[in-house]
Design a protein. Sequence first.
Length: 247
Amino acid sequence: MAKTGQITIFIIFGIFLFLILAAFFFFSFKEKPEPNVLNTGPIQEYIQSCLKKTLEDAVFENSRRGGYFILSEKSTLESTENVPYYLNGKENIFPTDEILAQQLSKYVDSLVGLCVTDFSKDSDYNINFSKPSSQVILTTQKIILNTNLLATITKNNQVKEISSFVTEISSKKMYSAFQTAKQIVQSQKDEEVCLSCFSELASQNGLFVNLLSVSNDTYLFDIEQSEYLHEGEKYHLRFAVRYNEKE
């Protein structure tokens, strides 16, 4: 009887020990819950909206300077708002699509920082931004902006980085204005303004062409959209034509 009782005690002790070991291994190897992942969605959306707005501003503001953010060497000097020459004597210096795209990129890279830094001021995120580097692809339908803008985001000892952004807006209004400007330049061959040469094209695209004589041989053209396109303001494409070339 004594031996039977001892065996029973050993069995109970063994079962108890097994349960303790099983519980130990269960809780030791149980997957620990993942920490909360830093949510950067709102920041990414804000940066995206900044880039889109800055690109829209670039189209609007650059067009007022003939498509340039930084004016070309051959531009007017005496006006309050100087513009580039598209025709200088017999020299056609109408900007290519590549130049227009580069100038849009320069505008975005120079001014988007004014927008994106506002987010970090009004949030509990700590955000550091690198210098942006953008490339614009200009087509007859779209303006596509590819921007590398490294944002290092810190919150509650968590760090995350986002960097690549793609934004696009329509280029139809801008392109129709530049096509009209190109036809204006190509039609000026007799050292006088030919209004009938481009009036029909302008009308078809809902454009108005305003003309200002700057001097005896220089005219300032202002192509205006009939619609309000930018914060209650109308789109303008401005440039100059000089019939007698000067150095």
